[in-house]
Design a protein around this ligand. Structure first.
Ligand SMILES: *Cc1c(COP(=O)(O)O)cnc(C)c1O
Length: 476
C-alpha cells in the first residue's frame, strides 16, 4: 500500500548514510526530503540500486501473473522507445501503427466475426481495460434505457465474488452496483444459473472471468451466454457479456482452440487481456477489444490528431509509455502463433506436473490442477491440523519463494489455500527445486504440533484476491 499515511515518522525518518565504500564522497542526505543540492550520478545510482536489492527475486515470485523475464531484444527495443508517448500519435505514427496491428492480431486471435469491424486499444493493464469495458457496458445500457423512456440511474453489474479487485474498483468509481455471486460448496466461480438469477432490467452486463484469480479456473462463458439467451427469450432482457481474460485470453486461443469463450459467442461484447501477463511483455500493457463499433458507443470516443487526420482514442490516461506496446508487437512477430503455443504449453505442463506432485505428498488437496490457466490452488488436507497454508507460505519464504496463502471469499471464508502461478521462465528445474524445498520443510511443520500462522500473518501478495469489502457486498 504505497499511499503514505500522513504524519508518518519513526525510524524511517533517519537520513540516508552513504558509505565511502565506492571511494566516492561520504555524505548524508535526507531520506524523506529532497536534498538541497546535487550529487554525482554514480553515487545516486549506487544508492538507489543498493536499496532495491531488498526487493524480492522476481523469478522466485510465484504470486504474480506478471511477466518477469523477457528476451534481450525485447528489452533493447523497450530501451530504444523509452521516450515514446502513446498519446502522441502524430509524433510517433509508427508506434500508433504497431498498436493498431496488435489490435488486429488480437481480433483474429479472438475470432472477431469481421476483424476489420472489431475495435480496441492498448491500456496500462487489465485494470484500465476493465474500466473501459465496464464504461462501454454502462453507456450502452443508459442509451437503451433512455430510448425506452425508462430510468437509467441504478445500473448494476453481475459477476462472481472471485473477480479481481479491479471490478470492485470499477463499480465503486463509476457508481455501478456490484452484484457479487457468492461461492457455494465447491463452486468457486460464476455459474450460468447464478449469473442469470442476479440479472434484471438494470443489469449493464455480466463479467465472465477466463482465469479466476483465486484458482486459475475458467468460468463457463458459453454456458453463461446460453443461459442469458434463454433469459432473453423468456423476458426480453438482453444482457451482454464482458470477458475478463487478463490471463486466460492469452492461454485459451493457443491451448484450447475448441473452447468457445471469445467473439465466437455472439453475446460476448468485449474482451480484455493483460499484455504483461501471458502476453509476455514486461509490466505496463493491457488490451481491450469490442466485437464491433456498436458495442462501443461513439460518445465515449475522443479524437486526436494523427498525421493531419483524425484518430479515435478511448483511454483513462493521456500520456502513457509506448515501449510496452512496441514490445507486444515484437513478441507477436517474434513468437508467432506456434511460439506462443509452445511457451504456454510448457507453462501448463510445468503447472500440471507440479500440482500432481504436490497432491502426491499426501498432505494437500488440489482445488485446481493447472489444466486451464497454468495456475493452481491447493489446501491443507482435511484432518491435518499441525500447520496451516500460512505456515507453508512462511516456510517457503525462508528460501526466497513467494507462494501466497489466502482465504476464499463468501461463502467459503473457511477455506484457505496456497496458489502457484506458473509463468514463462518457471522451468521444470525450478519446479523441482520448489518441490525439494517443500519436502524439506514439511517434517518441521508437522512437528510444530499446531498452527503458528494465520491469515493475519499472510503477506499482502495475493494479487487481487483481496476480499470484497463488506459494505459493497450484498445485493439482497
Ligand atoms: C491481473 C488481473 C486483473 C488486473 O490486471 P492488471 O493488468 O494487473 O491491471 C484483472 N482481472 C484478472 C482476472 C486478473 O488476473
Amino acid at each position: 500500500m504505497p499511499l503514505r499515511r500522513p504524519g508518518h515518522t519513526g525510524r524511517g525518518s533517519r537520513d540516508l548514510e552513504i558509505n565511502p565504500v565506492f571511494s566516492r564522497e561520504p555524505l548524508r542526505v535526507p531520506r524523506h526530503a529532497m536534498p538541497d543540492g546535487e550529487m554525482e550520478p554514480d553515487t545516486a545510482y549506487q544508492l538507489v540500486h543498493d536499496e532495491l536489492m531488498l526487493d524480492g527475486n522476481a523469478r522466485l515470485n510465484l504470486a504474480t501473473f506478471v511477466t518477469t523475464w523477457a528476451e534481450p531484444q525485447a528489452l533493447r527495443l523497450m530501451a530504444e522507445c523509452v521516450e515514446k508517448n502513446m498519446i502522441d500519435k502524430d509524433e510517433y505514427p509508427q508506434t500508433a501503427e504497431l498498436e493498431t496491428r496488435c489490435v488486429d492480431m488480437l481480433a483474429r486471435l479472438w475470432h472477431a466475426e469481421d476483424p476489420h469491424r472489431a475495435t480496441g486499444c492498448s491500456t496500462t493493464g487489465s485494470s484500465e481495460a476493465a474500466m473501459l469495458g465496464g464504461l462501454a457496458l454502462k453507456r450502452r445500457w443508459r442509451h437503451r434505457r433512455r430510448e425506452e423512456g425508462r430510468p437509467a440511474d441504478r445500473p448494476n453489474l453481475v459477476m462472481g465474488v472471485n473477480v479481481q479487485i479491479c471490478w470492485e474498483k470499477f463499480a465503486d468509481y463509476f457508481d455501478v452496483e456490484p452484484r457479487y455471486v457468492p461461492m457455494e460448496g465447491d463452486r468457486y466461480h460464476l455459474s450460468p444459473e447464478t449469473a442469470v438469477e442476479s440479472c434484471d432490467e438494470n443489469t449493464i452486463g455480466v463479467v465472465a472471468v477466463l482465469g479466476s484469480t483465486f484458482d486459475g479456473s475458467y468460468e463457463p462463458v458459453a454456458g453463461i451466454a446460453a443461459a442469458l439467451d434463454e433469459l432473453q427469450t423468456r423476458t426480453g432482457l438482453d444482457v451482454p457479456i464482458h470477458v475478463d481474460g487478463a490471463s486466460g485470453a492469452m492461454i485459451a486461443p493457443f491451448l484450447d482452440p475448441d473452447l468457445h469463450w471469445d467473439f465466437r459467442v455472439p453475446r460476448v461484447a468485449s474482451i480484455n487481456t493483460s499484455g504483461h501477463k501471458y502476453g509476455l511483455v514486461m509490466p505496463g500493457v493491457g488490451w481491450v477489444l469490442w466485437r464491433d463499433a456498436s458495442a462501443l458507443p461513439d460518445d465515449l470516443v475522443f479524437h486526436v490528431n494523427y498525421l493531419g487526420g483524425d484518430m479515435p482514442t478511448f483511454a483513462l490516461n493521456f500520456s502513457r509509455p509506448g515501449a510496452q506496446v512496441v514490445a507486444q508487437y515484437y513478441n507477436f512477430l517474434r513468437l508467432g502463433f506456434d511460439g506462443y503455443r509452445r511457451v504456454q504449453r510448457t507453462c501448463r505442463d510445468v503447472a500440471t506436473r507440479l500440482a500432481g506432485e504436490i497432491a502426491g505428498l499426501g498432505r494437500f488437496e488440489l482445488i485446481t490442477d493447472g489444466h486451464e490457466t497454468p495456475v493452481f490452488a491447493f489446501r491443507v488436507r482435511e484432518g491435518i491440523d499441525d500447520f496451516t497454508v500460512f505456515d507453508v507460505s512462511a516456510a517457503l519464504r525462508e528460501r526466497g519463494w513467494l507462494v501466497p496463502a489466502y482465504t476464499f471469499p463468501e461463502n467459503r471464508t473457511d477455506l484457505a489455500v496456497l496458489r502457484v502461478v506458473v509463468r514463462n521462465g518457471f522451468s521444470h528445474d525450478l519446479a523441482d527445486l520448489l518441490m525439494e524445498d517443500l519436502r524439506r520443510v514439511l517434517p518441521r511443520l508437522e512437528a510444530q504440533g499446531g498452527p503458528r500462522r494465520t491469515a493475519d500473518d499472510a503477506g499482502g501478495f495475493a494479487h487481487g484476491t483481496e476480499s470484497k469489502s463488506p459494505r459493497r457486498h450484498g445485493h439482497g
